[in-house]
Design a protein around this ligand. Sequence first.
Ligand SMILES: NC(=O)c1ccc[n+]([C@@H]2O[C@H](COP(=O)([O-])OP(=O)(O)OC[C@H]3O[C@@H](n4cnc5c(N)ncnc54)[C@H](O)[C@@H]3O)[C@@H](O)[C@H]2O)c1
Length: 391
Amino acid sequence: MKQSNNQTILVTGGAGYIGSLTVKQLCDDGYDVVVLDSLENGHREAVDPRAQLEIVDLADLDQTEKVFEKHKIEAVIDFAAYLAVGESMENPEKYIRNNVINFIKLLHCMKRYDVRNIIKSSTASTYGNPKKESDFPLIESYQENYQPSHSALLPGKWKDKELEGEEFFQEIITYYDFFYKSIPDFALSQADITKLRIPTSVYGLTKLLDEIILEKYNRILGINWVALRYFNVCGASLDGKMGEDKPKPTTLMTLAIWSLLDKIDKLQVFGNDYPTKDGTGIRDYVHPLDLATGHISALEYLLDGNKSAVFNLGNGTGYSVFEVIKAVEIASHKKVKYEIKSRRSGDPAISFCDPRKAKNILGWRAKYNLTDMAETAWKWHSKHPEGYNGG
Ligand SMILES: NC(=O)c1ccc[n+]([C@@H]2O[C@H](COP(=O)([O-])OP(=O)(O)OC[C@H]3O[C@@H](n4cnc5c(N)ncnc54)[C@H](O)[C@@H]3O)[C@@H](O)[C@H]2O)c1
């Protein structure tokens, strides 16, 4: 183990899937780590024993302040959020409250305790559903250049009413305004609102709103930030001892593995008639160990005094649904049973990022490929079919 470098990093959501692997890497690199997690979706067993765990919900401002009071925190890495796209369309208020309002509470504590640096988990969902081939690979300035007049939100529920697009969007903006309109610094400008029309899900919208709030905090209060937009995250620790443990996973690779472990009936493939090499959708995948090093590179970048920025974290290569299934079959030596369903509305044929900004500025690049993701994920899930609670 390396010597402590005496810098304490607060990791919110550090008992979750990506957070716990990042905590381990931070401990390996000699950082002192405090994990703040409600354990609502995280696991005590996933937290590295070298880190201190504070079981606190960010909704509880007093308890969160106590964590800042107790530890001398140098920087925050914020993973705490809800992330189920489908649920965010059914229960948008839950997502705005946790992903936005609780996030603002965290920033409030940072300001109060003079913590000036934060790395924020963002997502590819902030890109919505780009339509033009020339939009790919996706670059970080996409949201600055694309200015839609109507929201791309898919239909969703607002207080038991099914609403579509712009109407749904307006309810969400009104809800945010209810809390922050009276604070001019946090009121949304017309340019902010235009940008927020890009995501197709409430989940994606909350993450883009967090990026906008960070810009405001930077301008007004001098808090420095990096937002990392990750693409589809798959894989586990190399020894297969740490991995994704969610009651209802939504990622393709996990579902393919769960079908092999009889945890779900059959894998569903949505669309085999896309204009792609094998007819299935193409996406960018990234290993959580690469995300861990990405966060530490971003942390060092901020601690060196560099300016706030957004970076994509992805492989920059698209893999098709069939390629992911094949990789799982090779890793497991089993045949995945799947059924073809029609395309889901709002799913683009192809989506992958340009990770060159992270390479050029942070010196980061993804090291693990699809084979590594499938092998490590299979090792974890097949050895721990019940996740951490299964021992
Ligand atoms: N997993 C992915 O594919 C993916 C892709 C893109 C972005 N992200 C982002 O990465 C982050 C981590 O994702 P994950 O897959 O590790 O999710 P996860 O659910 O495994 O981890 C999130 C953790 O945050 C904790 N948490 C949530 N709300 C909290 C609150 N109010 N107070 C304290 N703790 C709270 C949960 O208990 C959980 O341990 C999220 O912000 C997510 O939006 C994930």
